[in-house]
Design a protein around this ligand. Structure first.
Ligand code: HSE
Length: 304
């Protein structure tokens, strides 16, 4: 309660195919946000992607989220932001920043907000719940938004499924990826996704991972986003051919995600990377696990 806090937040992948705006999976690539009182508001960018950390506190999402909960009487702060989540899009970088700022403020000022309240706030800032829910709670999270509130339930994600993430070298702004989606969808497409989303959860719960191949198919967003994401269709095919259980666009792209047996992840990653490189100037590939823990306050580094 001394205005100091250090929070670790996982990456997240939204949608997972059929669960458009509903499914969020936390992934064990983590950013860190450390706030401490200082003589003026300042940002220290750190980590592999430090160049992508906005240095202006008024433009930095984590800083703004922190300020939105800080008491009005609170003085200036320094934020040390360690960015390890690939920033190109599709891995919940903005969700991580928002959740990091909110959880840090909750901790630093002893606000006592519970996860429902934090999630509600994070969703208001982000505009869609799937990434912020996974970043906050960890694991696989399902969200339902009603007029009154946001409901989130975390379900177990099997530890024997490996995650492959491939980030192509092109950029697709989320706003553009949402703008290409139709306002109305057909009943047949709605039913197709409904069954697949339900089957996704059932397949994980029952260990029938072979069903993930059909359960990660989508009719509500991927067909419309394929034009913006040239690696999507061939990347999913390459992942399946290389032994993945299922593959999809991660969030609104351009990142692709595959769920695979752990002993196939390197092969799947290689096959997807080959496709991504053909479709763009290059790519980054990660073999990871689901993150068991969501946003976590950790001991601030000792002052110097
Ligand atoms: N569910 C969101 C979308 C995720 O697909 O637009 C954005 O990262």
């Amino acid at each position: 309660m001394n205005g100091r806090a250090r929070v670790s937040v996982p990456a997240s992948s939204g949608n997972l195919g059929a669960g458009f705006d509903v499914f969020g999976l936390a992934i064990d690539l983590r950013d860190e946000y450390e706030f401490e009182p200082d003589t003026r508001d300042a940002i220290e960018p750190l980590g592999k992607y430090l160049k992508h950390v906005p240095r202006d506190p008024r433009r930095n999402l984590a800083f703004r989220a922190f300020r939105s909960l800080a008491p009005v009487t609170a003085g200036p702060f320094k934020l040390s932001a360690t960015r390890e989540i690939p920033p190109q899009g599709g891995l919940g970088g903005s969700a991580s920043a928002i959740v990091g700022g909110l959880v840090a403020a909750n901790h630093a000022f002893g606000l006592g907000l519970d996860n429902d309240e934090l999630l509600h706030r994070a969703n208001e800032i982000e505009g869609h719940p799937d990434n912020v829910a996974a970043a906050l709670l960890g694991g696989l999270v399902l969200t339902v938004q009603t007029d009154e509130s946001l409901h989130a339930v975390r379900v177990p994600f099997p530890s024997d499924i490996g995650i492959v993430v491939v980030v192509p070298g092109y950029h697709v702004p989320t706003a553009r990826a949402r703008a290409v989606l139709p306002v109305d969808v057909s009943r047949s497409d709605a039913v197709a996704n409904l069954g697949r989303a339900a089957m996704f959860v059932a397949a994980l719960q029952t260990g029938r991972y072979a069903k993930l191949r059909v359960a990660t198919q989508d009719f509500l967003h991927q067909p419309y986003r394929a034009e913006l994401n040239p690696a999507l269709v061939p990347g999913v095919r390459a992942a399946l051919d290389a032994g993945a259980y299922g593959a999809a666009l991660s969030g609104s792209g351009p990142t692709l995600i595959a769920l695979a047996p752990k002993n196939h992840t390197m092969r799947v990653a290689g096959a997807m990377a080959d496709v991504a490189i053909e479709s763009s100037s290059g790519c980054e590939t990660y073999v990871a696990n689901a993150a068991e823990t969501g946003a976590t306050a950790i001991e601030p580094a000792a002052s110097t």
